[in-house]
Design a protein. Structure first.
Length: 67
């Protein structure tokens, strides 16, 4: 997954970098680095897989809800 696709997936899920960071147990700055098109730190493959699962309907317990 490219940095641009990673960011598009996060935005499609309506998640902030901080929210995705909580789900992935990583710092929001790391999420933003994965989304940086300069390619100095490409998206983590496991994070990409989790994003794909969430795009397909999976919602982890940490996923924000509108209660």
């Amino acid at each position: 997954m490219t940095p641009k696709a990673f960011k598009a997936a996060r935005e499609k899920l309506d998640l902030s970098a901080a929210e995705l960071g909580r789900i992935l147990n990583t710092d929001p700055r790391t999420v933003r680095r994965w989304e940086d098109a300069s390619g100095t730190r490409p998206p983590n493959p496991i994070a990409c897989r989790v994003l794909e699962w969430m795009l397909n309907g999976y919602r982890p317990p940490e996923f924000p809800t509108d209660n």
